[in-house]
Design a protein around this ligand. Structure first.
Ligand code: NAD
Length: 501
């Protein structure tokens, strides 16, 4: 809801040239209320920037580019190292903002900051990893290549990781010599607002710029002629749209979309480990992770495993502490999730744990109706066609489907249009090898329900989870944010020949 009402909550600004920058429209600019999902209270107002604001930020980034790209990798790494120190000094402050604006538990907030900082560590090591190659291609002729930055690059990010997802791209892009414009999610703008404030004391002006706003500011950013490359992370529909638009403009683009991750539990799995891991995977960050467990395919009858999942799900409480589950981002999300629960029951599925009547969650939903609370939910499906088994729900909901054979499980996983992550739970190495070689997904877990690759490995799915040719983070990030300049050199005849003359 856009509003110009002035209240005591902070009104955020863009960050351009290391300065807080009120939108070009001045007092005519509209603001959106940023609410905390715990209670629905407004905690800030975020400006809805326009094309003129994009122009200003990209202009600053373009002006900073010659100086920043002219520095060596080692020199830029020193700036990133200082940035790392400043961010770690403010880790608590950042975690408080994430808990407040997103609703994560404190441990989840700290976890995502630490994961984001890992990409920054990786970027600090770029002088060791980004070296080019050299080869004598024929007698007296050498070919070498160097990594050259692209120019001004832009990232558009989702709500579910206010710190980590921007840090998938920002450190490597800057370390490679690009200058940067970030468009944070309008639902969680406060974390990146603090990051921009901290970055202003570290980087030269114009190197890192931030433009707030909603979907309407994305098109001017993509279309800006000085923006050379775009990364996007969000829903599949928008990822595809952004990717198509960038391709039409002949811009490099990596757009990560949604997911529907399948986990397979074999009859020989370790019941305790599997149950705990599945519950952590589907309820962590209230299920709002592209790596979350969505569908558990149980091979054969495994009542002990299902009972353990039910017990662990029922034991969870709402809150921000350990073994607690936070709210989902907003009412629209909450209502969408509740609709899927209702629909599943209508389709004949059994609600083994019902998030609507889950003790404590039902109570907090009643006492705090402006919050966005949904209790952990476990659905046992009888029909493979149920919508909840196919659509991305993005909430603390686990769908269980029993299958007779491992091959049926593989066929169901392979038929799903997303290809983000998949996992096999087994105590047999041979079975694990069979599945890891046959799952159609970019990231695969063996007894790990959230198989996030850590640096130097890159992150990325396939098919409807990713539009673009490379992966994000790790060496995929270096590849994305640079092009290879190939130089072929010949200095006259080989020296020994001239000696003969
Ligand atoms: P979203 O697509 O609604 O928004 C993402 C960003 O795009 C936001 O900054 C938003 O302002 C902007 N946006 C929204 N609609 C737009 C439009 N029509 N045109 C241009 N820009 C638009 O996504 P979200 O709800 O913020 O994030 C959740 C989604 O992100 C889930 O689907 C989740 O799976 C996905 N996600 C994927 C990954 C991955 O690695 N594949 C990682 C994190 C999140």
């Amino acid at each position: 809801m856009a509003a110009n009402t002035s209240t005591t909550v902070p009104h955020l600004t863009n960050w351009v040239n290391n300065e807080a920058k009120v939108c070009v429209a001045g007092s005519d600019v509209s603001y959106l209320a940023v609410t905390t999902p715990h209670t629905g209270a407004t905690i800030a107002r975020v400006p809805l920037s326009h094309a003129a604001d994009v122009d200003e930020a990209v202009g600053a980034a373009q002006a900073a580019y010659p100086g920043w790209s002219g520095r060596t990798f080692k020199d830029r790494a020193q700036f990133l190292l200082r940035f790392y120190r400043v961010l770690t000094d403010h880790l608590d402050e950042l975690a408080v903002l994430i808990v407040s604006e997103h609703g994560k538990t404190r441990d989840e907030a700290v976890g995502e900051i630490k994961k984001g900082l890992e990409t920054l560590e990786y970027a600090i090591s770029l002088p060791q990893t980004a070296a080019g190659r050299i080869l004598e291609v024929s007698r007296g002729v050498t070919c070498h290549d160097t990594r050259v930055p692209l120019g001004v690059v832009a990232s558009v990010v989702p709500f579910n990781f206010p710190f980590m997802v921007p840090f998938w791209t920002l450190p490597i892009a800057l370390g490679c010599g690009n200058t940067f414009v970030l468009k944070p999610s309008e639902k969680v703008p406060l974390t990146m607002d603090l990051v921009a404030r901290l970055a202003a004391g570290v980087f030269p002006p114009g190197v890192l710029n931030l433009v707030h706003g909603d979907k309407d500011v994305v098109r001017p950013l993509l279309e800006h002629p000085q923006v050379r490359a775009v990364t996007f992370v969000g829903t599949t529909k928008v990822a595809e749209l952004v990717s198509r638009e960038c391709r039409a403009l002949n811009k490099r683009c990596l757009a990560l979309g949604g997911a529907k991750n399948h986990l397979v539990a074999m009859p020989d799995c370790d019941v305790e480990l599997t149950a705990q891991d599945v519950v952590n995977s589907y309820t962590g960050c209230a299920g709002q992770r592209c790596m979350a467990a969505s569908v558990l395919l149980v091979v054969g009858s495994q009542p002990q495993l299902v009972e353990a999942i039910i017990a662990k799900s029922r034991a969870l409480r709402p809150g921000s502490g350990p073994r607690e589950v936070g709210p989902v981002i907003d009412h629209a999300s909450r209502d969408r999730i509740l609709d899927y629960i209702k629909l599943s029951a209508k389709d004949g599925a059994e609600l083994l744990v019902d998030g609507r009547t889950h003790p404590d969650f039902a109570q907090i939903a009643t006492t705090c109706p402006e919050g966005s609370w949904v209790g952990p939910t476990v659905i046992l499906h009888r029909q493979p066609a149920d919508a909840a088994l196919h659509d991305e729900i993005f909430g603390p909901v686990l769908s269980i489907l029993q299958v007779d054979t491992p091959e049926q499980a593989l066929a169901i996983e392979n038929a799903n249009p997303y290809g983000n992550a998949a996992c096999i739970y087994t105590t047999s190495g041979a079975v694990a090898q069979h599945f890891t070689g046959r799952f159609r997904a970019g990231m695969i877990g063996v007894n790990i329900g959230v198989p996030v690759p850590r640096e130097p490995f890159s992150f990325g799915g396939i098919e409807a989870s990713k539009f673009g040719d490379m992966d994000i983070t790790g060496d995929g990030g270096i590849e994305f944010f640079t092009y290879r300049r190939k130089v072929t050199t010949k200095w006259g005849a080989p020296v020994e020949k001239s000696w003969l003359n």
